[in-house]
Design a protein around this ligand. Structure first.
Ligand code: CAA
Length: 420
């Protein structure tokens, strides 16, 4: 029998400021409904240069350690999934290790494949634990990103930033993964990319949506066939295979994408039985299986590698008790591209784990800024970052000195570094 493996605990870090999308729409002279209904968003996180992927990742890991009280020597592996690297060679994982004083016996690396890197880290960690090679140790997987398209671009309302850290172990109190039951679909496409040296992503927006949906259809049908083979789909007459998942969570570049994705999954099920889609049923199924997962996504915007896990937080925040013992599906998509559909069973400790994340407090603790302030922040140079005393328990990038990136903050603020 395979060792149960998956997510034992989870944490979230967000930039301190956000922009309301209705304010952005008015400033750009477009109908607010295009952003709130057409794209499905409400707000987006606005990081300043001090809130880079390292500081967001370190803040999320510090919270995970505080939430779980895990003994540091049990951490055998730290993987950061990101597409917002701060260095061509040195991984974010090493910065986080140093800032938090994590063990030198740990394996550390970053995983990059656009928004898929966090899932790559999760799968590698789960396989390491299930194989027995971890020998009782646990892994930390962080998905950390800054989604930046630039002022006035079509992608502008789909920006955001943040980090989700997950403790992966053989005590999956939050989500026990169905190991080996996954479907992958990958291809060499130019839908979204960021050439070396550029701060802003380049994107072929409408084509990227097509690539996402095609990867989803391929990944989902492969997952479905494996899930059937393992007897995970107790199918009854009149229900589609995807309806046996209590929730289906998607990578969320903007909330409307999840609606398109869910319709595509249902279409794949209907094609298999030569049936046609019914719009009302699709809408009902979206409300039942997907909608609640988008509430946090709508507040923070795209967080690239972390977006799927922000959706997980959204679904569990709302319904962790009702979902206990039930199977959910998850779809991770990284442009370029690689899509993976996988599943897992919500654990007994999910509600308690979510209480510790404190999603409401993190959202409510943010500061609303206006469009002028957002544009000022977007125009700031990367180095040096504007000096701000780091908020309690948070890290900040403060600038480069002697060719090395310096960070401030942390627990009680003992590691503050001032640049001369
Ligand atoms: N009221 C209500 N809805 C309105 C409206 C109004 N007044 N005006 C427009 N809309 C609707 C449109 O009908 C459209 O809905 P549908 O897609 O359901 O038809 C929606 O609002 C968006 O309108 P447009 O397609 O005209 O918007 P756009 O061309 O300005 O850009 C975008 C949309 C392509 C998503 C753009 O924001 C973008 O490039 N975003 C970044 C790329 C991205 O997120 N891609 C997703 C797949 S790739 C991926 O997932 C990886 C990743 O994280 C990047």
């Amino acid at each position: 029998m395979t060792t149960p493996t998956g997510i034992e605990a989870i944490s979230l870090a967000l930039p301190r400021r956000y922009l309301d999308l209705e304010d952005l729409a008015r400033a750009r002279g477009i109908a607010p409904e295009k952003l709130t209904v057409g794209l499905g968003g409400r707000r987006m996180s606005v990081p300043d240069p001090g809130e880079d992927s390292v500081s967001l990742a370190a803040t999320a890991v510090a919270r995970l350690l505080a939430q779980t009280g895990i003994e540091r020597e049990r951490i055998g592996q730290l993987i950061v999934g990101t597409e917002s690297a701060v260095d061509h060679a040195k991984p974010i994982a090493s910065f986080v290790q140093g800032l938090l004083g994590l063990p030198h016996t740990m394996r550390t690396y970053d995983a990059q494949h656009a928004c898929y890197g966090g899932t790559a880290g999760l799968m590698a960690s789960a396989a390491w634990i299930a194989s027995g090679a971890a020998d009782g140790q646990v892994a930390i997987v962080v998905a950390a990103d800054v989604a930046r398209y630039g002022v006035g671009t079509a992608g502008e309302p789909t920006q955001g930033a943040g980090a989700v850290a997950m403790l992966v172990s053989a005590q999956p109190a939050v989500l026990a993964l169905d190991l080996g039951v996954c479907g992958v679909s990958s291809a060499d496409v130019h839908d979204f990319w960021r050439p070396l040296g550029r701060r802003e992503a380049l994107v072929d927006g409408h084509y990227s949506i097509e690539c996402y949906l095609e990867a989803l259809a391929g990944a989902y049908t492969r997952w479905r066939s494996r899930a059937r083979g393992r007897g995970l789909l107790a199918e009854g007459a009149g229900s589609l295979p995807s309806e046996h998942l209590a929730r289906v969570l998607y990578h969320v570049p903007f909330c409307k994408m999840a609606r398109k994705a869910h319709a595509r999954v249902r279409q794949a099920d209907l094609e298999a039985i030569d049936a046609a889609a019914n719009e009302a049923e699709t809408a009902l199924s979206f409300d039942r299986q997907v909608k609640s997962s988008l509430e946090v996504c709508a507040e923070v915007g795209n967080v690239y590698t972390a977006s799927l896990y922000v959706a997980l937080l959204g679904a569990l925040r709302r319904d962790a008790d009702a979902l206990r013992g039930r199977r959910i599906g998850l779809f991770s998509y990284g442009s370029g591209c690689c899509g993976e559909f996988f599943s897992g069973v919500v654990g007994d400790g999910a509600a308690e784990a979510l209480r510790k994340v404190g999603v409401e407090a993190l959202l409510e603790g943010r500061e609303r800024i206006d469009v002028a302030e957002y544009e000022r922040i977007m125009g700031l140079p990367v180095d040096p970052a504007p000096w701000e005393e780091p908020l309690e328990g948070r890290y900040r990038f403060v600038g480069v000195a002697d060719g090395r990136r310096r960070y401030a903050g942390g627990r009680g603020g003992p590691q503050i570094v001032r640049l001369s």
